[in-house]
Design a protein around this ligand. Structure first.
Ligand code: SF4
Ligand code: SF4
Ligand code: SF4
Length: 246
């Protein structure tokens, strides 16, 4: 179970937890940007990264997470990392700050300080990235139905991290785009994961009798039902997901 930082801090004594430096446990967490291999040893569970995040993207583990208790994570299904960018009415992404605010606020360097500009983000060392996105073409509405493209249009590093077409691949009869993750530049912010309509929420909504679908849900509902039905039980959603780099 996960709690937001404030409610967590009210109920748990943190003394003695800092700097224990244990491993990441079974499922490695998606950390905010700038978390290197020594993250757990350096993080003093102060919560300053979460306070600094303008989008409330950073959540904190509760006591059931063992060594990860009170450390920050990002759940892209709920709220991705916006890379401290603001989208203008003309559709341009502008930095909100000179440095990513979570790393700038971190007092111990558990989250490294990272300049908030595109070139720096594109060249970010692998260990400082949050993760990497993985796209399942069998579930993807662009690959299956020439539709959607939400991940591509919403990627803050569009045309570098998320490409409109895979390079070096000939695609017969494509009308729309065929999104492709460029692992070299993807920082794992989770925006694609967040906006992809092939997700559990929409799949459930389409099955609830009498439920009025939103415009967004309505647009993709039939296709979502089809691709998920074809994929069968146990398929991992959404069609594009951020995973930890190994
Ligand atoms: S980079 Fe910015 S938006 Fe992303 S988690 Fe850090 S503070 Fe939040
Ligand atoms: S948002 Fe999802 S379904 Fe849409 S193009 Fe991207 S991966 Fe495919
Ligand atoms: S996680 Fe998705 S949205 Fe974020 S940089 Fe990678 S491809 Fe782009």
């Amino acid at each position: 179970m996960k709690l937001k930082r404030r409610s967590f801090l009210k109920g748990v004594v943190l003394i003695g937890l800092a700097g224990i430096g244990l491993g990441e446990g079974d499922a490695p967490a998606i950390r905010p940007p700038g978390a290197a291999r020594d993250f757990l040893a350096r993080c003093i569970r102060c919560g300053k990264c979460g306070e600094a995040c303008p989008y409330d993207s950073i959540k904190f583990f509760d006591i059931s997470a063992g060594a990860k208790v009170a450390t920050p994570y990002i759940d892209p299904v709920e709220t991705p990392c916006y890379l401290c960018l603001r989208r203008t009415s003309e559709g341009r992404d502008e930095p909100l700050s000179e440095y990513l605010l979570c790393g700038e606020a971190c007092p111990t360097g558990a989250l490294r300080k990272i300049r908030n500009d595109r070139d720096t983000l594109l060249a970010l060392p692998e260990e400082l990235k949050m993760g990497v996105s993985v796209l399942n073409r069998d579930l993807c509405l662009a690959w299956q139905y020439d539709s959607c493209g939400e991940c591509y249009y919403n990627c803050p590093l569009r045309d570098d991290a998320m490409l409109a077409y895979p390079p070096n691949e000939v695609i017969e009869g494509a009308v729309g785009i065929r999104p492709h993750v460029n692992e070299r530049h993807c920082v794992g912010c989770g925006m694609c994961n967040y906006v992809c309509p092939v997700n559990e929420r929409i799949a459930r909504a389409t099955m609830e009798p009498g439920r009025k679908l939103t415009y967004f849900e309505e647009r993709y509902a039939a296709m979502v039902r089809n691709v998920i039905g074809r994929a069968g039980p146990g398929v991992e959603l959404p069609a594009v997901r951020v995973v930890k780099r190994v």
